[in-house]
Design a protein. Structure first.
Length: 560
């Protein structure tokens, strides 16, 4: 490896890296600042989950190399002493604050460092990774990967460890883990065999080889070339341009975890999520002695990590959505009337239960003057957030009212035009909106809402049928007024179709007949008693079966 270039008068310097297994490598101190830590984009990546993501950095300061702690959890030590910032001298030993972790020896490049590296038999000699020493190195790499898989919470750390292990097993010089995106491949990990992160300028790879691995194969694809051989063995195209001696490409196929304990791999090209790619310029990669099987196992491990990360991301997104919907439900429930009149000439009891987290129903009862009350029940088409938003819009539009019936009709026409212009008729609402005066006069517009029931104390029922089409369905719709005279003791039962369309476990509907029967039995009771009787009857009928529509009931009691 070339020595690090001198910067601002500094002599070239390196770090002698001694890993927990005693393996030594030399890493040039370039570029500056030189970042050290667990995160994959550092200049030297520490394969130890106990190290901080950015543990320390080496900078040029006052003509010297200076190491400074980057706010690490366990601290940075120089020659056994914890430091925040310290200038480095030749042979200073840097430690990362945890036992049995990496040791970094600062060294000024020159004759002394070259002699030292020869004494410790550095891997610059390009010794082949076979025999007892090679097998022990592979075993150490696999054990390091197992520890990372067990202790690391970072997917980037795990994937980088997979690439490092693959490089040690095969003896390749460079390794890339690339993932499929909508427009091609995105490089997730780019590593050199000596443990440092490769920069963007180094990321030239033979795209044709990768495309073949992604589109046509599941298994490992390897090619060795003789740069000075005949035409049949010489590398071609981009491989020749890069002067590569060896190429290994292993597709990462999507892992599917089903209900059983087995894990299956699918083989179609569109299910290939990425590729583990390695190459060498100086030596041929080693796929003998079980290395091929180890490499394919690593590819499965990487695929499993990616799938688990995808599932975790989906779960987090689902959880976040549920939290947001819970918040929306809380806000929507808070918009319903906090109190309803329980004494005086008008009394009311109502409720709205959403079938999902948020609903498209709402109701309200508002005192317009001492002699007039306004009441409304609305049911927006569809389900979910869009219906809830439109319901909130209607609630705001109908919040204020006038005791003049003509104003009620005009307001409905303006609201119809507003909703239709913005939804094009794709969203609409059925609405029952009324004004009840102290003398018992009920002025109302029924925009296709379920016909409310006027309940006489003796048990007689009177339906208030629709007077207009739903709000927002068609432009230019008119909303004519209707009028009904209430007598003291009369109740007005207003409900959404979620009541009559409630289903039991056998798929039967609650229906209008059951509703009418419940109301007739309790005709002489208070508005609260009728409301509670309807709720209890629906609950008994459905037997806890999940419902597909919101259930809204509002009962007004006229007591002049």
């Amino acid at each position: 490896m070339e020595p690090a270039p001198a910067l601002a008068g500094l002599e070239p310097a390196s770090l002698i890296v001694i890993d927990p297994n005693g393996h030594r490598t030399r890493v040039p101190l370039a570029p500056l600042p030189f970042r050290i830590g667990r995160q994959a984009d550092n200049d030297f990546v520490v394969r130890d989950s106990r190290a901080s993501r950015l543990h320390a950095r080496i900078v040029a300061e006052n003509g010297k190399y200076t190491v400074e702690d980057a706010g690490s959890r366990h601290g940075t030590f120089v020659n056994g002493k914890r430091i925040q910032k310290q200038a480095l001298a030749n042979s200073d030993k840097i430690e990362l604050g945890v036992e049995d972790s990496y040791q970094l020896v600062f060294a000024i490049d020159g004759a002394e460092i070259k002699r030292l590296m020869e004494q410790v038999a550095a891997p610059d000699k390009e010794a082949p990774a076979h025999g007892l020493g090679g097998n022990l190195a592979k075993l150490r790499a696999i054990l390091d990967l197992a520890r990372t898989l067990q202790n690391s919470f970072s997917i980037d750390d795990v994937l980088a460890s997979v690439v490092d292990t693959a490089l040690i097993i095969t003896g390749a010089e460079r390794g890339f883990l690339m993932l499929r995106t909508g427009h091609g491949l995105e490089t997730r990990v780019a590593r050199h065999k000596r443990g440092h992160h490769l920069h963007e300028s180094d990321l030239r790879v033979p795209r044709d080889v990768i495309r073949r691995a992604l589109e046509h194969r599941r298994d490992l694809l390897s090619m060795n070339f003789d740069p000075i051989g005949n035409d049949e063995t010489r590398p071609r195209n981009t491989i020749a341009d890069l002067e590569l001696r060896s190429v290994i490409c292993v597709p990462l196929v999507r892992i599917r975890t089903g209900q059983s304990e087995t894990t299956s791999m699918v083989s179609t090209a569109r299910e290939t999520v990425g590729v583990l790619y390695m190459d060498s310029r100086m030596t041929a990669a080693d796929l003998a002695g079980g290395n091929r099987e180890l490499l394919q196992t690593l590819a499965i491990e990487a695929s499993t990590v990616l799938e688990n990360a995808r599932l975790l991301e989906e779960e987090r997104a689902k959880q976040q959505m549920e939290e947001e919907l819970h918040l929306a439900r809380t806000i929507q429930q808070s918009l319903l009337p906090k109190t309803l009149p329980l004494d005086g000439w008008l009394r009311a009891c109502g409720s709205s239960v959403a079938s999902h987290q948020v609903g498209g129903d709402y109701f309200d009862v508002t005192e317009v003057t001492h002699h007039c009350w306004s009441a409304v029940v609305a049911d927006v088409s569809g389900k979910g957030v869009s219906s809830a938003l439109l319901a909130s819009l209607l609630q705001g539009a109908l919040l204020t009212s006038t005791d003049h019936p003509e104003g009620l009709a005009r307001r409905m026409e303006r609201l119809n035009r507003f909703v239709n212009e913005r939804t094009g008729g794709e969203k609409y609402a059925t609405v029952f909106h009324c004004l009840l005066h102290r003398d018992g006069t009920l002025d109302y517009v029924n925009a296709a809402q379920c016909p409310p029931l006027v309940v006489r104390p003796g048990g007689d029922l009177l339906r208030l049928d629709a007077t207009a089409m739903p709000v927002g369905l068609m432009d230019g719709t008119k909303f004519p007024l209707a009028q009904q005279k209430l007598e003291p003791g009369d109740k007005l039962v207003i409900y959404s179709d979620g009541v009559t369309e409630s289903e039991n476990v056998r798929g039967e509907f609650f229906g209008k007949e059951r509703l009418h029967a419940v109301v007739a039995v309790h005709a002489a009771d208070s508005c609260t008693a009728i409301h509670d009787a309807i709720q209890a009857a629906v609950a008994a009928f459905t037997e806890g079966a999940p419902q597909s529509d919101d259930i809204t009931v509002l009962v007004l009691e006229y007591r002049a």
